[in-house]
Every structure is written in C-alpha cells, then in structure tokens.
Design a protein around this ligand. Structure first.
Ligand code: 5RP
Length: 246
C-alpha cells in the first residue's frame, strides 16, 4: 500500500537490526521500480543506497533494464555499482541526471533532511540537487518531527581550517566533535580528503534553511548535511509492511 501523508508518522523504534535490514531492503526494491531504460541515475551512499544499487544491478543483469548509467556519490557507491554490473560515468560527463536515489539520517515533514552519516554528503548534495527527481529511501526510524534533536549534523571541513571552523560552529550554538574512525586512532577522512565534524544542536534545528546557509558561510567549511528542498519524494518503510510516501 502506498499512502500519501500530509505529515510524517513519528518514528517508532526498531530495535531489531534484522527487521531494520528488511525495511531497508523493501524500500530499496521499491526505489528501483522507478528506474526506466536509458535513465541516468544518481547512486547514493550508505547501507540503504547500497541495497538499491544491488537491486538495480539485478534488474540490469536480468535484462529488464537496458542502457542505465549510474553517477556515483562516493567510492563506495562506485565500487558497488561495478560489483553489481551497473555502468557508471563521472558526474562531469553528464549534463543531467534523471533520477537519484539516496538514503538519509533524518527526514521531517517538509522533506528537509540531515545526511552525511556516511561522510558522503558533499557529493550527494551535488548529485541529488542536479537530478530531475530525488527519491529518499528510509526506514521509519529516520522520520522525525524536528531535525537535529537526535542525530548530529555532519559538516565536511578542510583539515587546514579545522580549529577556526570548530570555533565558528560553537558560535552558531553547536557542540562540534571531530568524527573519528571506528578502529583507528585518527579522524575520518572523506573521499574528497577532508575531515567531518558532527555538530549537536541540543535544542534541535529550528530554521534548517538558515542554518544550512550560515554554516556554509564559514570559511573552511566544504558542505554541511542539511538538504533543504532537494528531496522530491521520500519512501518510508514501516515495520507493519506498509510503504509510506511523504
Ligand atoms: C551518507 C548518507 C547516508 O545516506 C545516510 O547516512 C543514511 O545511511 P543508511 O542508509 O546506511 O542508514 O548520508 O553520507
């Protein structure tokens, strides 16, 4: 069932990781149904997008989708596309993208997003923004009433400017923390060679559009993970099996 919602269902917790994987898979399968032969498709980054790339590859290998070309948003999505038989081109080799599918860390009712949990939001923003239709794929845990209350905002920063940028983020009311690699003693470095700062806003983000601009005005900031007015639709997989389109 596909329901059109005026406002999103509030996220119900999904504590079972197996169920959450199943929800991501369901929404990934739904997304690739939107791809038509000959399309140029933006390939998002993250676990949900990875499943969609895999599902796209399956349709291509079965001969159900011909002449589809992917535009990756990271090394991860480029490698996966190659692995699953989706041909790719560089962003600069195309002058349009028909459809992009991508994941998100938080989504609110007006389809503004927080992205960058996978440190790929800079390239994702370029690709998602340029696509004729940007479809966001989430499970119900990502739907929130206000951005930033639980997920910190990722900001990609030039390593050269990390200290002044941290001070400026504090001046904007944020609590910034440099993202560290899980098992290594050092910062996460993005595909573009930069650092990621995760910024908590304890009171939430009241004006996402204004904050997006203010952060991007800080010299040394490459891009932040607020995606305002970029998503055209959001597919939400819910644990009762119902798909909801915001
Ligand atoms: C990467 C992203 C991802 O789309 C976001 O983190 C969601 O990832 P997942 O599908 O693994 O939950 O923004 O930069």
């Amino acid at each position: 069932t596909v329901k059109a919602l005026a406002a999103p269902a509030q996220a119900a917790p999904v504590s079972d990781p197996v169920l959450q994987e199943a929800l991501k898979r369901a929404v990934a399968k739904k997304a690739v149904e939107l791809v038509k032969p000959g399309m140029i498709v933006g390939l998002g980054t993250g676990s949900t997008s990875s499943m969609a790339i895999e599902e796209l590859g399956k349709l291509i290998s079965k001969g159900k989708l011909k002449d589809v070309i992917g535009v990756p948003t990271s090394y991860q999505s480029r490698v996966l596309a190659r692995q699953f038989g989706v041909k790719t081109v560089d962003l600069n080799d195309v002058n349009h993208i028909d459809l992009a599918f991508d994941g998100a860390d938080e989504v609110e009712a007006s389809m503004n997003l927080i992205k960058g949990g996978g440190a790929a939001h800079t390239m994702e923003k370029v690709v998602d923004n340029m696509s004729g239709k940007c479809v966001i794929l989430v499970d119900q845990t990502k739907v929130v009433s206000e951005l930033g209350l639980s997920f910190p905002l990722p900001v990609e920063v030039l390593p050269y400017a990390i200290s002044p940028v941290l001070r400026s983020l504090v001046a904007l009311g944020g609590v910034p923390e440099i993202r560290s690699a899980l098992r290594k003693d050092g910062p996460v470095i993005t595909d573009l060679g930069n650092m990621v700062v995760d910024v908590r806003f304890p009171e939430g983000i009241k004006d996402p559009a204004a904050l997006e601009c203010s952060i991007n005005m800080i010299p040394g900031v490459v891009e932040n993970g607020l995606f305002i007015g970029i998503a055209d639709s959001v597919l939400v997989a819910t644990h009762d099996g119902e798909e909801i389109t915001i």
